[in-house]
Design a binder for this molecule. Sequence first.
Ligand SMILES: C[S@@+](CC[C@H](N)C(=O)[O-])C[C@H]1O[C@@H](n2cnc3c(N)ncnc32)[C@H](O)[C@@H]1O
Ligand code: SF4
Length: 474
Amino acid sequence: MPGLLLTGSRMLTGTEIKMDKNLILKYNRPGPRYTSYPPANHFAGDFTTDDYKECITLSNAMSPENISIYIHVPYCPRLCHFCGCSTTLLTNADSTGQYFEALLKEIENVTALLDKSRQVTQVHLGGGTPNSVPLKYIERIIKSLKLKLDFHPDAEIAMECSPAYLSFNDIDNLSEIGFNRISLGIQDFDIKVLRAVNRKPSKHDVRELVNIIRTRGFKGVNIDLIYGLPHQNSESFAKTINKVLEIGPDRLVTFSYAHVPWIKSAQKKLEDIGLPEPGEKLEMFAIAYEMLTGSGYVPIGMDHYAKSDDELAIALKNKMLHRNFQGYCTKESTGQVYAFGSTAISQLYNCYAQNVKDNETYIRKIHESGFATERGYIMNSEELMTGKVINEIMCNGFVDFVEIGKSFGKSAGDVKQVIGYDPVKLQPFIDDELLEVKGSKLQVSLKGMLVVRNIAMTMDPLLELKEKKFSKTI
Ligand SMILES: C[S@@+](CC[C@H](N)C(=O)[O-])C[C@H]1O[C@@H](n2cnc3c(N)ncnc32)[C@H](O)[C@@H]1O
Ligand code: SF4
């Protein structure tokens, strides 16, 4: 339905994609999100620092050749009750200083093992709230990275920011340090929702903030929203989406609130206030999807959206989309990820390596041995192949078994055998017009991308081996 439409109070200018809610309900069962393959619940404690060092050395000769850096900043001035991230209350300036000293030491030790002819194409600071700690710490980290490694001229340098602690002056300073992308955690504009989850609203009008970010030469602005919080309903969430549309970020994520009180006990407080029913949550997801696609945003995976001229939307069109723990990226910009800080997960060619979770232990371990590896996973060649299939289907909704086989010196049949390819398991998706099988190629339909992780689950031989409590899709 291209053109200008008026649906209720919703002004739509693009091609609205209708959401099939029955379809979502049919396939709404717990499963991995496949931000990594194998998923993090497979990481094991017998992976040592020596394993990590060996994998770093090996990574120099592997692809992608580019280097991506993730820096974890586990501090927030106030803790949101919904939060599923690894963070702590920012109380003691001394321990923050010690944490950043440890980060610098870890950077020194890891970069010493890297081939200096490789280029950095991505740096991502996440957390926690990196914009809430003194800027001098952030500046030292970026300076140290630039001193030790060669940066690609178009490297993306991004920070996750809570707008509650972001002043116009901070934006100038971040730009001067070299940042060129900002992700703003909005979650919701409704003050009643923010109060209920113990979250401070934005310091400045968000539209003004985004305008300032744009005029300071940043390449792009992302906005994060969450649906499924107390006091939210489809009507209130539609208002929030309308506000976002007025602001027009380049990219946007509508996260389904992951309720895991058995891991994050603060989330129990939200149960006392009352969480939206699953049906209402689905309405919110659907309304956001229809409003955003109707306004020209391209859906990327399930819950990410990008403007049609954004490089992620273009990469999706060209089947060149990729993802890591930090989010979607293009195959050109992505690199093997070297991650620093507590809980940080490195994603190298053949391994995942995660650091200890506790900040104090992280600081101590770095001072003792220069590394803080706690667990990880080394992939064998079959898991590398399966990982490639899962990544292609999750990101691009497309798999060419011949091409994937070629990249491993194998045939399409070999790949299918490794992933336990079973046409019977795929048949329901084909019957529901979510998937097409053409020779050795699989193509997920636009509608099918909404249940793509269920399709991926049919090609994951490790799934049956390790059952775990996952949150549901919606
Ligand atoms: C590291 S956090 C946030 C950055 C920054 N501290 C902020 O809150 O603005 C990244 C994003 O994860 C999302 N998030 C946090 N907890 C979540 C949960 N329990 N379920 C779904 N999304 C969640 C939020 O949308 C948040 O913006
Ligand atoms: S959502 Fe962001 S600001 Fe809130 S506690 Fe989590 S990391 Fe901190």
